[in-house]
Design a protein around this ligand. Structure first.
Ligand SMILES: *Cc1c(COP(=O)(O)O)cnc(C)c1O
Length: 224
């Protein structure tokens, strides 16, 4: 078996204080998740609703699940009862749906707004201008069942460290702008979710508070 425990501790050892690990377990079997769980890891991230729902039923109930993928509005209702954080909110429509479904369960769901900063066209997320507009329009202020806790983004998948760093720095500057404009008095608005297997050491140098690391801990993705 792939040595999940050893890899987990190697990653944890590289994280400065105040940076949390979201162990990205998509396409990895339950036994791998349990191996990390036994070492004390409690926060896991998944990006497909059906896979997540299966895992939630089979795994310990004190796991905090983060939804990290693109979430279709028609899937929100399935995860609303238990999801700990929805990291990739990239439209007002999705935010409204999360608010609506959370209300049905008497919950307040923590979310992050996903930024699109990377050059790649295929990536989801809000361009900075669209994110500014969403916040400025203010409808979110009336949503009592969602709590915007920060920002999430993925850097371009490139070799050039300079480019990756500059994208993280852009995200960090934008975080400061949003924090001071809208959330200066909101201590819960504090999360900067950036950094994956290939770039998390750079991300933590650029103010990440939450890294999303999969392959480095669990090995190549296997199951569907
Ligand atoms: C899969 C995924 C990750 C983890 O990627 P690794 O390269 O396996 O660390 C992080 N963030 C998002 C949004 C993902 O979809």
């Amino acid at each position: 078996m792939y040595d999940v425990k050893k890899k987990l501790h190697e990653v944890l050892a590289r994280l400065p204080q105040g940076v949390r690990l979201v162990a990205i377990s998509k396409y990895h079997p339950n036994e791998y998740i349990l191996a990390a769980y036994e070492e004390g890891q409690r926060v896991f991230g998944e990006s497909h609703e059906q896979e997540l729902s299966r895992k939630v039923k089979a795994l310990p109930s004190d796991i905090q699940w983060h939804f990290i993928g693109h979430l279709q509005t028609n899937k929100v209702k399935y995860i609303a009862p238990y999801i700990s954080m929805i990291e990739a909110v990239d439209s007002l429509r999705l935010l409204r749906e999360i608010n609506k479904q959370a209300a049905k369960h008497g919950r307040v769901i923590d979310v992050l707004l996903e930024l699109h900063i990377a050059e790649e066209e295929s990536k989801y997320g809000l361009p900075l201008a669209a994110c500014r507009q969403l916040l400025a329009e203010g409808e979110w202020r009336g949503m009592e069942h969602v709590r915007i806790c920060g920002l999430m983004m993925m850097a371009s998948y490139v070799e050039d460290e300079g480019q990756i760093r500059s994208e993280f720095e852009q995200a960090a500057r934008f975080f400061d702008e949003v924090k001071s404009s809208y959330f200066a008095d909101a201590p819960y608005f504090c999360e900067r979710s950036w950094g994956m297997s290939s770039d998390y050491p750079i991300a933590v140098q650029c103010g990440s508070t939450m890294v999303r690391v999969g392959t480095t801990i669990f090995g190549p993705r296997v199951t569907e």
